[in-house]
Design a protein around this ligand. Structure first.
Ligand code: 13P
Length: 250
């Protein structure tokens, strides 16, 4: 049985004071049995959140990392810097980074390898645009992303992956994929991983759905066999909303 994993992606929201207020409320409400859960926060909040979540099961992640060990890369953060803080995960390849910050499958692949080398669990985001879905290309687009992004991983690494299927048309739009659409693509991602890394890796890797997940629609989405949780944007900003989504996984 794969444990469900519900992760908040705060994007560029919250000051550190606001993040600490969230942490104080959230850690009182969170029960680990419900699902593995945590938040991926902006870099400036990570050290304070790490201290705030100390002694709890709440996980912590970043939203990006550079692929080099160190160097003249103004404004970037290396995996070693994240290890020093003690993050559990890092989101890689979010569509907002692909669209606004020139992230490519090649840089995503380098980042995946760098994170594995530092024992940080990557949460790899893939997903198609609306025009690609309308043109019947959703599966091809996601398959191409997976093949390029995962190139060179070992089966053991692939088996520990978290892949977030985030259809771009469902992010921040209030237009969530139907549970059937989420299941279809999450199953396709698992099938593609099986082709690349074998059945054992595909069975153990976890596939999240992301895109307008809310307390009211989470339970139906989580009821699908290949949906192992969610990457939650807007609804992860309030502790009570994120808790209701986590509880929907039970
Ligand atoms: P929303 O939940 O706000 O649609 O964002 C989804 C997302 O991009 C999570 O990474």
């Amino acid at each position: 049985m794969r444990k469900k994993i519900i992760i908040g992606n705060w994007k560029m929201y919250k000051t550190t004071a606001e993040a600490l207020a969230f942490a104080a409320a959230f850690k009182k409400l969170y029960k680990e049995e419900a699902a593995e859960a945590g938040v991926c926060a902006p870099f400036t909040q990570l050290a304070a959140l790490k201290a705030a979540f100390d002694g709890t099961a709440v996980r912590l992640g970043a939203q990006n990392a550079h692929f080099e060990e160190e160097g003249a890369y103004t404004g970037e953060i290396s995996p070693a810097m994240l290890v020093e803080i003690g993050v559990d995960y890092t989101i890689i390849g979010h569509s907002e980074r692909r669209e606004y910050f020139a992230e490519t499958d090649e840089t995503v692949n380098k980042k995946l390898h760098a994170l594995f080398a530092h024992h940080i669990a990557p949460i790899l985001c893939v997903g198609e645009k609306l025009e690609q879905r309308d043109a019947g290309q959703a599966c091809t687009v996601v398959e191409t992303q997976l093949k390029k992004d995962l190139a060179g991983l070992t089966a053991a690494q692939a088996g520990t992956l978290v892949v977030a299927y985030e259809p771009i048309w469902a992010i921040g739009t209030g237009r969530t994929a139907t549970p059937e659409q989420a299941e279809e693509m999450c199953a396709f991602i698992r099938k593609t991983a099986a082709g690349l890394y074998g059945g054992a890796a595909a069975d153990s890797l976890r596939v999240q759905y992301g895109g307008s997940v809310k307390p009211d629609n989470a339970r139906e989405i989580f009821s699908k066999a290949n949906v192992d949780g969610a990457l939650v944007g807007g609804a992860s900003l309030k502790p009570e909303d994120l808790i209701r989504i986590i509880e929907a996984a039970v």
